[in-house]
Design a protein around this ligand. Structure first.
Ligand code: FMN
Length: 368
């Protein structure tokens, strides 16, 4: 019996991953230039981590309207496409694969990002959360309910982001439909009280996600599209679960089977939801049998737990977030059973190389 199934190869659509260790998408706020363009420093950071079977980049806004954090990169301008090209080339040179996560933060944004205009959301409901603005953390506001035209424009923006991602040389894209951002806001009854075709029933609340996938299919093969969901997110990023949350995710995940996607990426609950009557406490256990394609699982995994999940057939691959901040050579550490380095939370979102590209590799290998 192989005791390190995380290190086995995996086919993802038409590409072959060298192993089942995935770098989870992580915002690192280093695009601190006027155009929010990825830089040489981004290329270095991702190159250092290219031994991952698959890298999923930080969330990248699909338009100016989609932004909600300082210094996050975009994927809507030519300068950004050119910046990302440096990243994809660096990862490919090292034999790695890389998908870009495309996002719209919806009501988690703030007027400070939009010349004083309100952020867009399915409904005018304040998430009562915090927004990370150029002037520091601020309370979120009551957003503007999107018009049908704004919804259709957003779908087109996702499509254009996909087209741009192909031009930048990405192996695929991940639609960020989790963690309380725009698409999660649409799917939840507590953030979406619309009465048109995008609100009300479960089908209506899920509609925008499927329209985005259908639009993206016009610019890339289905098997280069991944989707990320966080079904049991509660009390974080303004999300509140209710009795329809799980039926909603059941519906979405069943329907994703109608597509030949690259993968479905799920997170185990980010907080203790065992006391909640409406929450699923074991996400992979519930959804592995429901979803027929490749399943990536995430959320507080270590090597032992990751291997166990793959061995037990609960997932095909495991995405590691924080361990990848401080262990660029996570795969080598797993294969040599070497202890991991701790991450420094204080430099998650600060500019420059400190806490970004200066974590050493094993045997004090020089990080090039
Ligand atoms: C610094 C940081 C930034 C993150 N940014 C994103 C992001 O841009 N998109 C996303 O889907 N998740 C984001 N996450 C969540 C991670 O992808 C992951 O789900 C979470 O860290 C749990 O996995 P872990 O326990 O392996 O860290 C972020 C997490 C961290 C720590």
């Amino acid at each position: 019996m192989n005791i390190n199934p995380l290190l086995e190869k995996l086919s993802l659509g038409e590409i072959e991953l060298n192993n089942r260790v995935v770098m989870a998408p992580m915002t690192r706020s280093r695009a601190d230039n006027s155009e929010n363009t990825p830089t040489d420093l981004h290329a270095k950071y991702y190159r250092q981590r290219a031994s991952a079977g698959l890298i999923i980049t930080e969330g990248s806004q699909i338009s100016k309207k989609a932004v909600g954090y300082i210094n996050t990169p975009g994927i809507y301008s030519q300068a950004q496409i050119d910046g990302w090209k440096k990243v994809t080339e660096a990862v490919h040179e090292k034999g790695g694969k890389v998908f870009i996560q495309i996002w719209h933060v919806g009501r988690i944004s703030h007027p400070d990002f939009h010349n004083g205009e309100l952020p867009l959301a399915p409904s005018a409901i304040n998430p009562q959360s915090k927004s990370f603005t150029p002037k520091g953390f601020k309370e979120t506001v009551t957003p503007k309910e999107m018009s049908l035209e704004e919804i259709h424009q957003t779908i087109q923006d996702f499509k254009m982001a996909g087209k741009n991602a192909m031009e930048a040389g990405f192996d695929g894209i991940e639609i960020h439909a989790s963690n309380g951002y725009l698409l999660h806001q649409f799917s939840s009854r507590t953030s979406n009280v619309r009465t048109d075709g995008y609100g009300g029933s479960i089908e209506n609340r899920a509609r925008i996600l499927f329209e985005i996938i259908d639009a993206l299919k016009g610019v890339m093969p289905e098997n280069k599209i991944g989707v990320r969901l966080n079904p049991s997110l509660h009390g974080i990023f303004g999300m509140t679960m209710d009795e329809e949350s799980i039926p909603t995710f059941d519906y979405i995940i069943e329907k994703l089977n109608e597509y030949n996607l690259a993968y479905l990426h799920l997170s185990e609950p980010f907080s203790d939801v065992s006391e909640l009557p409406y929450a699923v406490t074991e996400i992979a256990k519930r959804y592995r049998s429901m979803y027929k394609g490749i399943l990536i699982i995430n959320g507080d995994f270590d090597q032992e737990k990751g291997n166990r999940f793959i061995l037990e057939g609960l997932a095909d691959a495991v995405a590691f977030g924080k361990p990848y901040v401080s262990n660029p050579d996570l795969v080598e550490r797993f294969s040599q059973d070497t202890p991991l380095q701790d991450w420094d939370q204080r430099t998650f979102y600060t500019p420059g190389k400190k806490g970004y590209t200066d974590y050493p590799k094993l045997k004090s290998e020089k990080v090039k």
